[in-house]
Write a protein that binds this ligand. Structure first.
Ligand SMILES: [Zn+2]
Length: 398
């Protein structure tokens, strides 16, 4: 004899943002069988025993599609310098702390965009225990950049006798995706300055082709019209940053259904911290960069570009976990509704990272979601105090 009775439970949500970008529902009753959502209906005081989240808004777990776990957002120059050269034994505790920071803000998946030693990837394979920190980590390992160009802090270059494609093909690290650097950094001192691409169209195309053969997606750090254009036409899967890419490229992104990860919060952080005299150069350029990026984000909405939220946490003043609140606010400042901003931070990220256990709260899906106190007008500030996190129908702390 075995007991095959399935357990039925009910959850009452005050407000439901389902991740699809559609309308926010009030007083929804979720009927679960063994942790799976069987039915979502309007609550009419049914005589059932419920887990009462009527004081909360529920939404899918957040996904940060661009982080650097080996670095903190600290402004302390000595700490930053030390983290850049730290060995694995020292940095693994820092990475654990950052993963817990993500969890505290309801982020249950992150995509790491690389570090020179491949620490985040090694952490994933040697240290991460999903029962202790239930945050999915997708890691690029070491990024790829052209020798002599920007990218040394987060990656390596193909050797003398290798092309970018053959370097990718010859590397057998157990990475989740490939990260390529295909421009310089966005300038903080010269407004709108564009840098040349690191790799030309054919090199990029071949590289993406090799990655795809290995079943891997390609994320490309790239800013400026020409580098972004080359990257888009390589067939890559996401454009990271994309500062000053321009209207044409946004239209191409929409046509080719490529994700964009704007990381606008980096410029907001520089704007705030240059005010605190972190940098001696008081240029006002970061703020102008931010305003320009917000305009591009508004255009992206108009053209139907799919944005996946990413923060570039680990950059100066961009803190793991907390930064997601800032990036959501910037999406809303650019004209995205609460539901649309949530979609960028949930559903779109799940598609980009290929995580099908997250992204939507819908019938047939597992009941994996976060609950934050208050109505949707209190979002995203209420992410500062997550009420509860449910995974497969069970509260994490239950
Ligand atoms: Zn980055």
């Amino acid at each position: 004899m075995n007991n095959t009775t399935k357990k039925t439970t009910y959850i009452l949500a005050g407000w439901l943002i389902d991740g699809s970008g559609g309308r926010i529902r009030k007083k929804s009753l979720l009927k679960l069988v063994d942790g799976q959502i069987i039915e979502i209906s309007n609550y009419g005081n049914e005589p059932v025993e419920i887990s009462d989240l009527s004081h909360c808004t529920i939404l899918p777990p957040l996904i940060d599609s661009h982080v650097h776990l080996f670095m903190s957002g600290t402004l302390n120059k000595i700490h930053r310098k030390n983290q850049l050269v730290a060995n694995f034994d020292d940095i693994k505790n820092v990475i654990s702390r950052h993963m817990n920071n993500h969890l505290a803000y309801g982020i249950l998946a992150v995509r790491d965009a690389g570090d020179a030693a491949g620490h985040a990837l090694r952490y994933k394979n040697q240290c991460l225990d999903g029962d202790i920190i239930p945050v999915i980590l997708k890691a690029a390992g070491k990024a790829w950049h052209r020798k002599g160009r920007y990218g040394k802090l987060i990656g390596r270059s193909p050797s003398e006798n290798e092309t970018l494609a053959s370097a990718i093909a010859n590397d057998h690290s157990p990475v989740d995706h490939i990260k390529i650097v295909n421009s310089g950094l966005n300038s903080l001192t010269q407004y709108g300055k564009e840098t040349p691409p690191q790799f030309e169209r054919k090199e990029m195309k071949d590289a993406v082709c090799h990655a795809e053969k290995a079943g891997l997606k390609v994320m490309v750090h790239t800013n400026g019209k020409i580098p972004v254009n080359i990257s888009i036409h390589s067939g890559c899967h996401s454009i990271e940053h994309g500062f000053f890419m321009g209207r044409e490229n946004l239209i191409h992104l929409a046509e080719k259904n490529i994700f964009w990860v704007p990381t606008a919060i980096t410029m907001k952080a520089y704007t705030e911290y240059s005010g605190k005299k972190y940098s001696k150069k008081e240029t006002g350029v970061p703020e102008k960069n931010l305003i320009h990026q917000l305009k591009q984000m508004a255009m992206a909405k108009k053209y139907g570009v799919r944005i996946a939220l990413g923060t570039d946490s680990g950059s100066i003043g961009v803190h793991h976990g907390k930064a997601v609140i800032g990036e959501i606010k910037l999406l809303m400042e650019a004209g995205y509704s609460t539901a649309e901003a949530v979609m960028c931070a949930t559903y779109n990220g799940s598609k980009l990272l290929d995580i099908d256990t997250m992204g939507l709260i819908a019938e047939g899906r597992q009941a994996t979601f976060i609950a934050v106190k208050g109505n949707p007008s209190e979002f995203p500030d209420n992410l500062n105090h997550i009420e509860s996190i449910y995974i497969n129908g069970r509260p994490l702390d239950g």
